[in-house]
Design a protein around this ligand. Structure first.
Ligand SMILES: CC(C)(COP(=O)(O)OP(=O)(O)OC[C@H]1O[C@@H](n2cnc3c(N)ncnc32)[C@H](O)[C@@H]1OP(=O)(O)O)[C@@H](O)C(=O)NCCC(=O)NCCS
Length: 203
């Protein structure tokens, strides 16, 4: 991986556990196993194990560390980061999950956030946008034909969530400011020609 690149891997929880580490191997610490067991619903346990499996295997592609040897710690708002083993490179990563898709993004040198959402889930989009998006975004959403609003809504939503996650934050009020900053960064990076994204599903 080169500086400035983002590597992204994703798949269904079942596929990840079949192709990376299985559930027993993915849950390394007593804390991870306890957290897994506390989920009431099996699909939630599956997602939790799958994100650990994907993160461990993916990080090991970039460092001479066995998947089970990575040690994670959580930041003040819950963002996981690498805490060991000693001497491990300071790779940055972030995870997101739904019942049908889990994703892990890794970088060498930048904080990173990733978000996946079920776009077919029932529910209003414009009403939610009025609460969380800036007036210009709501206007842009309303200007679209009804059939295109849902997809655009989720584009904005996942961009904001991913940016909030890159910051390791958890602030609802930050969302409109966050999108404006994300756009400015994207424009700057596009001007420099460094806006590279590599999408690599796990082998
Ligand atoms: C923290 C937050 C970003 C998590 O997002 P989510 O969609 O609920 O869940 P995801 O599946 O995308 O991500 C969960 C994973 O992200 C990681 N994570 C947890 N807290 C995090 C944080 N503060 N920052 C970055 N990553 C975080 C963890 O790996 C977590 O998985 P785990 O609990 O199994 O360890 C979300 O709860 C939040 O507070 N969002 C801000 C709300 C908001 O303003 N939304 C409006 C956007 S327009």
């Amino acid at each position: 991986m080169k500086p400035g690149e983002v590597h992204l891997a994703f798949g269904s929880p079942e596929a990840i556990l079949a192709r990376c580490l299985d559930r027993a191997s993915a849950l390394v610490t007593a804390e991870e196993r306890a957290r897994h067991d506390r989920f009431f619903f099996e699909p939630d346990r599956l997602q939790y194990a799958a994100t650990r499996s994907l993160a461990r295997v993916m990080l090991s592609r970039y460092a001479p560390v066995a998947p089970r040897d990575w040690v994670f710690r959580e930041g003040p708002h819950g963002k996981p980061a690498i805490a060991g083993p000693e001497g491990a490179p300071a790779l940055r990563f972030n995870l997101s999950n739904t019942r049908s898709l889990v994703a892990c993004a890794v970088t060498l040198d930048h904080e990173i956030g990733v978000d996946v959402e079920e776009i077919d889930r029932p529910g209003e989009t414009v009403t939610i946008a009025e609460r969380f998006f800036s007036p210009s975004e709501v206007a842009a959403l309303r200007a679209l034909p009804a059939g295109e609003q849902r997809e655009r809504f989720f584009e904005y939503w996942t961009l904001k969530e991913a940016y909030i996650k890159a910051l390791g934050a958890r602030s609802r009020g930050a969302a409109p400011r966050v999108l404006a900053r994300a756009r400015a960064v994207r424009r700057r990076r596009a001007r420099r020609g460094s806006d590279r994204l590599l999408v690599r599903p796990p082998r």
